[in-house]
Design a protein around this ligand. Sequence first.
Ligand code: UN1
Length: 512
Amino acid sequence: MTTMTTPVLPSVGSLRAQARDALTTIGWRGDLGGPGAPGLQASTPITGDVLFSVAESTVDDTDAAIGQAAQAFTTWRTTPAPVRGALVARLGELLVEHKADLATLVTLEAGKITSEALGEVQEMIDVCQFAVGLSRQLYGRTIASERPGHRLMENWHPLGVVGVITAFNFPVAVWAWNTAVALVCGDTVVWKPSELTPLTALACQALIERAATDVGAPREVSRLVQGGRDVGERLVDDPRVALLSATGSVRMGQQVGPRVAQRFGKVLLELGGNNAAIVTPSADLDLAVRAIVFSAAGTAGQRCTTLRRLIVHSSIADEVVRRVADAYRQLPVGDPAADGTLVGPLIHEASYREMVRSLEQARADGGEVLGGERHDIGEAYYVSPAVVRMPAQTAIVHTETFAPILYVMTYDDLDEAIAMNNAVPQGLSSSIFTLDMREAERFLAADGSDCGIANVNIGTSGAEIGGAFGGEKQTGGGRESGSDSWKAYMRRATNTVNYSTDLPLAQGVRFS
Ligand code: UN1
C-alpha cells in the first residue's frame, strides 16, 4: 500500500443519505432494506460498505415481467413511431432535470468521478434526443422492380420484447442506448441490470415510468428485473424475448449467444475489449499523452473501451512512457465525488486481486511496472494506474483485465504495429496518433485496424452516441446506439405489390 494520498472518505451514513435523497427526488417510491436484509446488497466501492438491500426478482417475477412487456407490445407496436418518440422525449427531459441526482447514484454505485458520472447521464440524454429524431426516420427502401406494374419495398416492423442485460461500469447509459432506441422502434423492454448497481436501476425505472405516465403510454413498455444468473437465464431462454442485448464478459457472451441462437432468437452482444493505440513518430505528443491518460486511467480502467495496449514507435518509446508515467503520478486518486479526483475506486476486491495477478504475470514475463500500487484509503480498493513496459506481447497482454493497466510495446514498421493492434481476440476500439495522412488512412483501411471503432488522434474511449457502438471478433459483433443500429431492434419485411392486371413471374419464369 502507498500513502501518497490519504483523503478522508465520507461516512457510510452520509452516502446512504445521498442515495436515499437522490432516489426520492427522482420519484422512486419503495422500501429499501438495511444491509444484510434479504435481497440484493447495494454496496458502494467508495468505502466498500453495503448501503441498502434491494428487493430481488425471482424467476417467476421475471416470467411475469416478460408477460407484461409482451402484452404491452401488442398495442405499442401499432402506436405511431413519432408518438412512441414522445415517450422517449419525456424521458430525455426528466433526465435533464435529474441529471445530478442520477449521476450521484452512478458515483455511489459504480465509483465514477462526478464529471464522468454526469457524462454518462449526458450520454443517456443524447441518445434520447437521437432516438426521438429516429422516430420519424425509420426508413425502408423502395426498390426498382424488374416486373412492370410492380412495386418492391421494405417495411421495418417492431420485433417484440427486448431483453437488456447490462454491466456495472455503464450502469445507466447502456440501458438508455437500448431502451430509447427499442422503444421508438416499437419494442418493449425487460432490463436486468448488474447486481452491483441496483439503485441506479431503480432510479432509471422510476424515470421511465414517470415519463410513461406523463405522456399516457403503458408503463409496461419497460420492465425491470433485479437478480442474478437465474433471472438472466430466463431472459436468455424465453421465446417471448425476441432480441437479447447483452453487455458483459466474453465468457458471458459465449454462453448467451448459442443459447439464444438455439431458439432462433436474435442477439446483440457487447463483450470485452482489449483496445490499443499506435503512436507514430509524427504524432503530436502533447495531445497523444493527454488522450492516452484519459483513455487508460479514466474510469479507473473500467470501460470496455479503456486503452489497454500502447504500441509506440521505438524512436519515441522512452519519451512517451516517461510522459505517461509522469502524468500518472500526478493523477489524484480517491473519493470519486471529491473535487479534483480523477481516479476513483475499483469496483470490488476481486477486481483488485485480478489487477495484482495480472501485474505479477507481467513482471514474470519481463515487464517493467510503473505505478499500480494500492492506496491506503479505508477498506476500499483505490489504485494508481499502472504503465507496464513489455518486452513482447505475451499472453497477459492479450487478456483483458478490467483495471487500469497499460501495457507498452514498441514497433519499427507500421504494418507490424497494425498486426499487433489486431493480434488480440477482441475487436472493440483502436486509435492511431499520427500527423501523417498516409499512416492514418492505412490504419482505417480494410487491412488496417480490425476493430469496430478506429480513431485518429483521439483515444479509444469516450465515443459519441451518434456513431454505431460495438466491436468485432470476441467483442461480439453487436452495434448499439447511433447510426443505423436501430435495424437490430426491428424486423425487415420485403413487400412486392402487383398493381397490374398481369402476373409476370420473376426471373422470366413461365408457368402456364
Ligand atoms: C462501456 O464501457 O461499456 O465509448 C461503454 C465510451 C462510452 C461507452 C462505453 N461512450 O467509452
